[in-house]
Structure formats: structure tokens, C-alpha cells
Write a protein that binds this ligand. Structure first.
Ligand code: AOS
Ligand code: ZN
Ligand code: ZN
Length: 388
């Protein structure tokens, strides 16, 4: 079994991007609860994200969402982020909140609507040029609610054309990641329902297009780690949207619902080279905190990713391979489970202290007074999620 010292070089480069929208108020279609201290603008979201990084050393970049994080001067926003010790990351497009997109965006039958949706993505690429962001993340709410409502095949063709136009505007060092989701807000079919569809589109586009895997976007019982292994094998896993789910796209704290699944995913990430130096796999969170405080919610998530990554790295691969080759089912499974059951928390606490970080970032946050400070300072924080 590797020692903790053996795995620290990989832990040192673990970077988990946090989403700006995690810091805004969110909720369900039944109620959005507001939380004292909620950011009122992109700068305050970045300041909160910077707090997560300051206490964990794990979250050096913040993903932006356009138009929720629209500002006049993106270069200035980048400077603001840098002054706070973080950088701007992925740019997320949004073609789901305008009335005009009711029946689709890039797949809409009306060319004028498709034009608007394509132009929005071109604007996102302009923003990436100003922020220095590498990735454009596209999640489409496009789909239909009833059989017969739209022509599924035509919509695929329209989407391909639209994505091609967007892709053509990417600079050499920029990428597109296409997210898939099997339902919601469309309930009969979505235009990018699964990894295979996303893969088919990004493969047709070229080397700068990849799949984004949101862990909450699969039917119950789906073997997500298999998808991870396959996409890494194909060289097309661009990024993760980490969160966890009990039922639907719950967007809960990463690892909260099923820490073992998170472990299994990280085992495949490690196996497929996703944490190797220079790997193009971006680890991001896509979460909404409906009832808990946002900053410690994000801290908890990045720590959970770190913890399961450490356990995955401790897997004794040599012994595992031997057992697999010998057809020793029970030993192979026991080796796998040993890694999962290894409590790395004390070692991680020590690891953090050695790097000048708090041993317990959750406790450090509670003691920092930051929550009380933002609650007092920020009045009238906004909803940054659905319906904003
Ligand atoms: C929607 O369900 C998705 O998970 C997205 O990643 C979406 O882009 C994100 O929630 C912010 O819009
Ligand atoms: Zn997502
Ligand atoms: Zn989602």
C-alpha cells in the first residue's frame, strides 16, 4: 500500500473549482430561503470563494455564470479575484432563463432563436478572452415534454450546426465542455441526455471539445465510475460537476449522499490519469445550498473530494492487479475496500498544518467570524440560482 508521503505530490496539485452560484441563495420550486450574508454582486461571490481557498488550499479558481455574473469590466473582475488569492475559471453559458428559450435554444426550430443562443455563446467566448478562462461550459435545458412535440433527429442536427459555429470561435488554448442531463427542465427527452450523446457531439467537433460529467445527472443505479473510465479511455473527459443526489438533480454537498460512490469515481480518475501532471480533467463543484450556509457548505464539499481522493490514491494497485490476474475475487475486493475504509482525516489534518493551513478548515471558518461579518455587511443578497 502506498504511504501518505507517497501520495502527497498528487494531493498538492489537487484543485477544485467552485461555482459562483453556490454562494447565492437557492432553493426549490417551493421556496427559496434567503441566508444572511448572501453576496450582492460577483465580487462578493468571489470574496466568499476566496475564503474557501484560504482555509483549504483546494479551490484556486471560481467558475462564472453569464449573465448572473455579468460585469462591465472582466479584466477588473479578474484583478479583483487575483487580489483575493484566486483566479477566474470556467465560463458557464445560460440559454435557459429567457422566455424566448421556452422551446429550446441551440435546437430551437426558429433560426432567430438559435441565432440569439449562438451569439450568447460567442459573447461568453469574448468574456473568456478577457478573463483568461480556458473552458466554456455548455449545459442546455433544451428538450421536449411530450412525444411528438419536436423532431428529435432534426434537433440533433441543429445542435451540431450551432455547436460547430461556437466551437470555431475558440482560441487554440480554449476548450468547450458539453454537459449532459437525462431530464429536467424537459421531462420527455433532452437533447443531450447522456454521455454517449455528448461524446458523439464533442468527437464530431474536434480536439478542443470534451464531455462534462455532472454526478447528479444520471438515472438511479447508473455506474458513474464506468462512464469516467470510458471517457478517460477515449480522452474526452473534460470536467466534472461534482455534487450528490438522493433522488434527482439534488445538487447536495459532494459525497454527502454516497461517499463510496465518490471514492469509486476518484479511483477511476486516478486510474485513468485524470490527476496526472498536466491532465486536462477539471474538477468542479456544481452545488446549491438550499438550507445550509454557503461558504462552509463549499468547504465541506472540497474537503470531501480531498478525502476521497486521498483514499483512492492509497489503493494498493500492485496488490490489486495481482489479485485480479489471479482471479482472486475476494482478495481484490478486500484490497479495494481497505483503501475505502482508510481513515485519512488525521493525516490530512497534519498535511494541512504543514502547509500553513488550518488542520480543521470547518472549525477555522466557524471561529473566523467571517459569517457574522458578511451577515452584518451585506443586506439584500440576491438569488443566484434558478429564476434569478
Ligand atoms: C443543470 O442542471 C446543470 O447541472 C448545470 O451545470 C448548470 O449549468 C448549473 O447548474 C448552473 O447553471
Ligand atoms: Zn452541472
Ligand atoms: Zn444539474
Amino acid at each position: 500500500m502506498p504511504t501518505f508521503d507517497d501520495i502527497t505530490p498528487v494531493l498538492d496539485r489537487l484543485a477544485i473549482e467552485v461555482p459562483s452560484w453556490a454562494y447565492g441563495n437557492s432553493g426549490t420550486r417551493f421556496k427559496v430561503f434567503s441566508t444572511p450574508g448572501t453576496p450582492r454582486n460577483p465580487e462578493e461571490k468571489i470574496a466568499d470563494a476566496a475564503k474557501v481557498h484560504e482555509l483549504t488550499g483546494l479551490a484556486p479558481t471560481v467558475a462564472l455564470h453569464i449573465p448572473w455574473d455579468k460585469v462591465d469590466d472582466y479584466a477588473a473582475l479578474k484583478r479583483y479575484a487575483n487580489d483575493h488569492g484566486v483566479d477566474l475559471g470556467t465560463i458557464n453559458s445560460n440559454t435557459f432563463q429567457d422566455d424566448v428559450y421556452k422551446l429550446g435554444s441551440l435546437t430551437h426550430i426558429d433560426p432567430a432563436v438559435r441565432r440569439k443562443a449562438i451569439d450568447h455563446h460567442l459573447e461568453c467566448i469574448e468574456i473568456m478572452n478577457a478573463t483568461g478562462s480556458r473552458d466554456l461550459k455548455i449545459w442546455l435545458a433544451d428538450g421536449t415534454n411530450y412525444p411528438g412535440q419536436g423532431d428529435i433527429r432534426t434537433r440533433q442536427d441543429l445542435m451540431h450546426e450551432a455547436l460547430q459555429e461556437i466551437y470555431a470561435q475558440l482560441a487554440d488554448d480554449q476548450r468547450m465542455v458539453l454537459e449532459y442531463k437525462f431530464f429536467e427542465p424537459a421531462f420527455y427527452h433532452t437533447d443531450v441526455p447522456d454521455w454517449g450523446t455528448s461524446y458523439a457531439h464533442v468527437a464530431a467537433l474536434g480536439d478542443k471539445a470534451f464531455v462534462c460529467l455532472d454526478t447528479g445527472h444520471h438515472a438511479p443505479g447508473t455506474n458513474i465510475e464506468f462512464i469516467v473510465a470510458q471517457l478517460l479511455r477515449l480522452g474526452k473527459l473534460g470536467s466534472f460537476d461534482f455534487n450528490s443526489r438522493f433522488y434527482a438533480d439534488d445538487d447536495l454537498i459532494v459525497g454527502a449522499a454516497d461517499p463510496f460512490q465518490l471514492f469509486r469515481i476518484m479511483v477511476e480518475v486516478v486510474r485513468g490519469g485524470g490527476l496526472d501532471e498536466g491532465s486536462g480533467v477539471a474538477l468542479m463543484l456544481d452545488q446549491c445550498h438550499n438550507i445550509e450556509d454557503k461558504v462552509p457548505g463549499q468547504i465541506r464539499s472540497v474537503l470531501n473530494v480531498q478525502e476521497m481522493t486521498a483514499r483512492a490514491l492509497l489503493l494498493d494497485r500492485e496488490a490489486l492487479t495481482q489479485a485480479q490476474q489471479a482471479g482472486d475475487v475476494l482478495t481484490a475486493n478486500a484490497i479495494y475496500m481497505d483503501a475505502f475504509y482508510t481513515d485519512v482525516r488525521p493525516l490530512l489534518a497534519e498535511y494541512r498544518e504543514k502547509r500553513g493551513l488550518p488542520a480543521d478548515p470547518m472549525a477555522a471558518y466557524a471561529e473566523s467570524g467571517y459569517q457574522a461579518k458578511i451577515a452584518a455587511e451585506r443586506v439584500g443578497g440576491q438569488q443566484a440560482g434558478w429564476g434569478a
